[in-house]
Design a protein around this ligand. Structure first.
Ligand code: C5P
Length: 239
């Protein structure tokens, strides 16, 4: 199917879970240029964030800045504004920051010359029901995540970070507009590592994911180019 027939073609974001900016260029050069998006997370950002962003920008790549912002509305608004000046295309906030913070993030993004897409993390996948109880949240974990997802979208946020296993249900709840970003992607023969609820690239695409975040299956592969090409092939073959 051509891109014109399939405007919601899913993309891979490679998670640059590396400690230093010097690791970026050699790695990115091994990955098919068809992959445009790279994730800079907390470790890399805290160690050498600006350098990392500059290297990716110079290589013509798109940046997913995954800092999961969670602060008072004014602080988040300024952080979103600043990120947009650094060529960030996609960034994360915590839905639990509340409606005013979410609106501030969405409005700050929309006011930018090159508006970044803002996506919200609902409930961290590391939390279980007993953690919610410890936090004073009595509702069921799934209900909690769905309610936070609805809150984020109603507050003007562009989309959500979710497990591929939740993507289809969120599409049902929220319709086709929200962008869904899904980590936890593994090839059928791949090593699961510490991920508990994984899905194949084909399953994630079929569930309605727009961006598949892939780290170790590409970054730690003996041949990252081949590993990435296999993932892209499976995605392209998914109707
Ligand atoms: O190496 P792997 O493919 O598991 O990496 C997935 C990336 O997605 C990592 O950068 C990880 O921090 C991130 N992530 C995740 N699960 C979430 C949210 C983010 O694995 N719920």
């Amino acid at each position: 199917m051509s891109d014109a027939q399939n405007p919601r073609k899913s993309s891979v974001i490679v998670a640059l879970d590396v400690p230093q900016a010097a690791d970026i260029e050699p790695l990115v050069k091994k990955i098919p240029c068809e992959i445009e998006w790279y994730k800079v997370g907390l470790e890399l950002f805290i160690s050498e964030g600006h350098k990392a962003i500059q290297i990716l920008t110079d290589m013509g790549k798109q940046i997913f800045l995954d800092l999961k912002l969670h602060d008072i509305p004014r602080t988040v608004e300024r952080a979103v504004h600043t990120a947009s000046a650094h060529n960030v295309g996609l960034l994360t906030v915590h839905a639990s920051g509340g409606p005013a913070m979410l609106r501030a993030a969405a409005e700050a993004a929309q006011a930018c010359d090159n508006p970044p897409l803002v996506v919200a993390v609902t409930a961290l996948t590391s939390l279980d029901q007993s953690d919610l109880t410890a936090l004073g949240v009595s509702r069921d974990l799934k209900e909690h995540a769905r309610a936070l997802g609805r809150l984020a979208i109603d507050s003007g946020i562009d989309g959500l970070v979710c497990s591929p296993h939740e993507a289809a249900a969120l599409r049902g709840d929220l319709g086709s507009d929200p962008i869904l970003v899904t980590p936890g992607i593994r090839m059928p023969e791949g090593d699961v590592g510490d991920q508990k609820r994984v899905a194949t690239p084909a399953d994630a695409v079929a569930a309605g994911s727009d961006f598949l975040v892939v780290g170790r299956p590409i970054v730690q592969a003996n041949n990252p180019e081949q590993a990435a090409a296999k993932i892209l092939k499976q995605m392209n073959e998914t109707p």
